[in-house]
Design a binder for this molecule. Sequence first.
Ligand SMILES: *[C@@H]1O[C@H](CO)[C@@H](O)[C@H](O)[C@H]1NC(C)=O
Ligand SMILES: *[C@@H]1O[C@H](CO)[C@@H](O)[C@H](O)[C@H]1NC(C)=O
Ligand SMILES: *[C@@H]1O[C@H](CO)[C@@H](O)[C@H](O)[C@H]1NC(C)=O
Ligand SMILES: *[C@@H]1O[C@H](CO)[C@@H](O)[C@H](O)[C@H]1NC(C)=O
Ligand SMILES: *[C@@H]1O[C@H](CO)[C@@H](O)[C@H](O)[C@H]1NC(C)=O
Ligand SMILES: *[C@@H]1O[C@H](CO)[C@@H](O)[C@H](O)[C@H]1NC(C)=O
Ligand SMILES: *[C@@H]1O[C@H](CO)[C@@H](O)[C@H](O)[C@H]1NC(C)=O
Ligand SMILES: *[C@@H]1O[C@H](CO)[C@@H](O)[C@H](O)[C@H]1NC(C)=O
Ligand SMILES: *[C@@H]1O[C@H](CO)[C@@H](O)[C@H](O)[C@H]1NC(C)=O
Length: 370
Amino acid sequence: MLALGLLSLAGLAAAATPKTVQLQSRVPPKAATVQRRAQNPVTEPLRDFFLGTDLQWYGNITVGTPPQTLTVVFDTGSVSLEVASTLCGEACSNQVQFNASASSSYIPGDGQNYTIAFGTGVGVDPVIDNDYVLTITDIIDIVSIGDLNLGEGYFYLIVNQTSHFNIDPFSGIMGMSPESDFFDGFGLEDVFGMYLTPLAVGNAELTIGGIDTSKFTGNLTYASLPSNAGTFWELPSSQVFVNGQSNSDLTVNQTIIFDSGTSNVLFPTNFTNAIYALISPDIQPYSAEPGTYGIPCSSIPSLDAVISIGFTDQSGVPFNLTIPSSELSVGPFAGNETICQTLINAYDGLSLVGGSLLKHYYRRVLVRLL
Ligand SMILES: *[C@@H]1O[C@H](CO)[C@@H](O)[C@H](O)[C@H]1NC(C)=O
Ligand SMILES: *[C@@H]1O[C@H](CO)[C@@H](O)[C@H](O)[C@H]1NC(C)=O
Ligand SMILES: *[C@@H]1O[C@H](CO)[C@@H](O)[C@H](O)[C@H]1NC(C)=O
Ligand SMILES: *[C@@H]1O[C@H](CO)[C@@H](O)[C@H](O)[C@H]1NC(C)=O
Ligand SMILES: *[C@@H]1O[C@H](CO)[C@@H](O)[C@H](O)[C@H]1NC(C)=O
Ligand SMILES: *[C@@H]1O[C@H](CO)[C@@H](O)[C@H](O)[C@H]1NC(C)=O
Ligand SMILES: *[C@@H]1O[C@H](CO)[C@@H](O)[C@H](O)[C@H]1NC(C)=O
Ligand SMILES: *[C@@H]1O[C@H](CO)[C@@H](O)[C@H](O)[C@H]1NC(C)=O
Ligand SMILES: *[C@@H]1O[C@H](CO)[C@@H](O)[C@H](O)[C@H]1NC(C)=O
């Protein structure tokens, strides 16, 4: 998920929220900062939120004293940690709620409400709209992931949310972007590994402070964040191939964001059209959900849709990351069961890949590259 309100992403201004979180107010007081500690890596089993297609992967954290167990999506597209709380009541009725009053280590924040809007491309959905908005208030408390004690940190209680969030089987979102509070505030080790798998494969996991070498074969490929990357895990790409072919429309320099909290792919409209043109002329914009495309579900099995995105590694050697044809269908549109949404959503302003690519690779992320 991309945190729109927090990231003040220029291209997403239209979806901006009435009130955004003030970054300067989110620095924990000195007493709350935590030293880097020599802790062992932890491997956290992840569950797959699956609704016809793999959407997001989430796992347990504990918050407060005594610890309360909550589940969160480990989201490389956002910055902060937000958890459903007992202040949210009925609006978070499907979720386990953190009760701050029951935690002896809870330190209240400024008592104000903020809103944070997320742009998601999760399953059968429009690309960006105002459907995913959290109302939050800031606090400090202790957070752990498995045996890894992250110490005291600054995060947010969800006090209200739009109904789209209430179907989530998880209680919150832990932002793991390069500028995440999660690293800066909690003093973690420098590396994490993400093994996001299709439901049928299972055993998805997040390793923090190391990687799990049993989850891949061969050598990892290392690529550097561009120097201006800022808030995103992103890499420059100069070409995309569809079923082994490319053309001038697909030979475009762009920066592609890797977002574990999104399942679909976002590309600018023209680029999206150029990709679909090489898959099938029958893939057409689906007007009821701007930005999405669809095709009769019955056509999907016969289509080849291998999408390879070209990148360059740290030593200047090109490599591809490939999304197989099996990812083409996101599932039938809720309003039209015979039409299946296709993987790529058009969005002018950014390029982004999510779970549909990440689940075919082991992802080692080196934090604080610079
Ligand atoms: C999360 O914790 C609960 C107990 O609170 C446990 O039943 C569940 O298996 C844990 N889930 C994962 C993915 O570790
Ligand atoms: C939260 O914890 C407090 C203190 O233990 C308790 O009085 C209150 O009933 C709890 N609230 C909910 C909604 O469980
Ligand atoms: C914050 O929002 C919650 C839920 O919408 C509401 O109950 C509460 O009164 C609000 N608090 C403030 C300070 O606005
Ligand atoms: C909670 O959010 C919903 C959806 O945005 C809104 O309709 C409702 O009024 C809010 N509730 C409170 C108490 O603010
Ligand atoms: C992996 O890297 C090592 C050391 O550079 C090299 O010897 C080995 O051949 C590489 N293995 C593969 C499968 O590329
Ligand atoms: C990337 O994929 C395209 C299309 O299959 C292929 O032509 C190209 O050689 C690949 N690049 C690398 C570095 O493997
Ligand atoms: C992409 O960027 C490279 C390096 O800056 C440049 O050589 C190339 O011409 C650019 N390609 C396009 C299509 O603009
Ligand atoms: C998209 O393509 C059209 C037609 O070729 C062109 O006029 C337009 O400028 C392009 N838009 C972008 C954002 O590249
Ligand atoms: C379903 O989609 C098809 C093709 O876009 C369209 O012709 C039809 O009217 C749609 N049906 C409904 C109920 O929206």
